[in-house]
Structures are given as C-alpha cells and as structure tokens.
Write a protein that binds this ligand. Sequence first.
Ligand code: GRF
Length: 179
Amino acid sequence: MIGVLVSGAGTNLQALLDAGLPVRAVASNKRDAPALDRVPHLPTAAFELAEFDSRAERDESMAQWLLSQSVELVVLAGYMHLLTPGFLAHFPERVINVHPSLLPDFPGAHAVADQLAAGVVEAGVTVHVVDEGVDTGPILVQERVPVREDDTVESLHARIKDVEHRLLPTAIEELLCAR
Ligand code: GRF
C-alpha cells in the first residue's frame, strides 16, 4: 500500500493514480494543498507544523497515521518539507522522492530556477530513495530534459513535470514488482 505526501498542485499524485498504483492514503503539511482535492475517495490528513511542538512530533504523528492506513511505501510527490530521522525509521528504504534536476546537481526547493540561472543546457528529473539529507539518497532513475534558449522557469518546469509524470509511476511500479 502506498502513502503519498504532497504540498502543492498534486500533478505527480495524479500521475500515480492514473497509473493505477495502489495509493491508499494522502497526507500533507498544508491543509489547503490543492493536491488533497484530487483524492476525495481516499483518506487524507494534514499535519501543519504550527500545530505541533516540533518537526519531530509532527513527523511522528504523520508516520503513525500512515501506518494506521496500512501504508508500507511512502512517495513524496511535491512534498516540500525535509523529513526527520524518526519518520524515515518507520519506513526504512521505503520513502521515494521525485526531484526536478539531475541530482546530485541542484538539490533544494528552487532547482528549476537554479538550473536556468546556472545556464545548464540539460536539466532533468531524478527519482531517488530518501535519506536524511536534502535530496540525497540512492538514485533509482534519472532522465535528461533539454533546456531551450527561451525557457522560463514555468516553461522548463512544465516539460520537467511531463517527464516526472512518466518516470515516477514507472519507478514505483518497478519497486513494487521487485518486492
Ligand atoms: C515537482 O516538480 C517535484 O519534482 C517537486 O515539486 C513539484 C511538485 O509538483 N518536488 P506537483 O505538486 O506534483 O504538481
């Protein structure tokens, strides 16, 4: 069973659903994340940092909720907070992230803008296992996305997302088959 963590629009969550993957629960750090509106048929929960004493407590509460929903594999689909070690310990080697660059280059929350600012000719997408670092952890699959001369952050991110929507579900399917 897959649990998905989201913070934003949820187009990667939608790609997982469209691929028919067994998504059983969706959690967010933002109660108003548009992604939550995509899953009226699934259990959802919001874990706002301001409602807890610490990130560790928030993450523990979120992990316990996911476990209560029988989640075994966690996919970060545009989840924009770093997870604490305590959360990861509940799902060892079973938290997967999609990131809009060719890691280890351009980690962090502004990867698309950073790649444009650096003038790279190829941006990309990485799907990787999450560890305690910022967008570190073993890489499962990567794909290059050529940068065009007239690209803006929006146009480049749109083409990157097209690749993410194919690469992420395929990587998750392969992981489930290998288990
Ligand atoms: C994606 O580009 C993902 O790589 C990044 O945030 C974006 C989330 O988009 N971490 P969405 O919410 O899935 O539409």
